[in-house]
Design a protein around this ligand. Structure first.
Ligand code: CUA
Length: 202
């Protein structure tokens, strides 16, 4: 009778100790790597083909002088071409200027917002428009309003005692009911513009 050595095998001779990876551990490693690849792909697609980006240097303003600088010195709605609008909105303690934006149904509205004082928010109900408004930065989002109705916007970033008073509304009206503010030029202008827009590929 010979006695076998009961102890563990001594280190590097044992392939299980040098090479082996537990199958579960291997699967979790694969999953982790796959997630990293998926996240990187998501950021790449969002950034390069969908236009998502953090504010760049061209979105910077000086919050101390922004209200004296065009276009922020006269905030409001501008019609760029038929059905395409831009709105410059100042979020300040404790109101939005302007408080109302009116566009015809089907319009694409690009909203630019900035703040001369503290951080605010700009969120339009029933849409995915939801921006932080940071002093010194211009926040920008586009949205196409395909339904007639009132779309209230609010400040959703606590900004002081008047926070709850910061609200306004996007009025989306039937195409035939655009108020005088938007179409006080004569009708032939817009007919011409319509023709121009039709001639463009984009
Ligand atoms: Cu501005 Cu809350």
């Amino acid at each position: 009778m010979t006695e076998t050595a009961p102890g563990p095998s001594t280190g590097s001779d044992d392939p299980n100790l040098t090479m082996g990876i537990d199958p579960y551990e291997r699967n979790w490693m694969r999953l982790s790597i796959a997630l990293l690849v998926a996240f990187a792909a998501t950021i790449t697609v969002a950034g390069f083909s969908m236009g998502f980006a953090v504010p760049g240097a061209d979105g910077e303003v000086d919050p101390r002088t922004v209200l004296e600088t065009e276009p922020w010195s006269s905030p409001g709605l501008r019609e760029i071409s038929p059905g395409v609008y831009e709105a410059y909105v100042v979020a300040q303690t404790w109101s939005f200027n302007p408080r109302e934006l009116e566009v015809p149904v089907g319009s694409e509205l690009t909203i630019y917002v900035t703040s001369p004082d503290v951080q605010h928010g700009f969120s339009v109900r029933d849409t995915n428009v939801n921006m932080q408004v940071v002093p010194g930065q211009v926040s920008k989002l586009s949205y196409t309003f395909d339904e007639v109705g009132e779309f209230p916007y609010i400040c959703n970033e606590y900004c002081g005692q008047g926070h709850a008073a910061m609200y306004g509304v996007v009025n989306v009206v039937p195409a035939s009911a655009v108020s005088a503010g938007n179409d006080n030029d004569n009708a032939s202008d817009s007919a011409e513009a319509q023709g121009d827009a039709d001639g463009q590929v984009d």
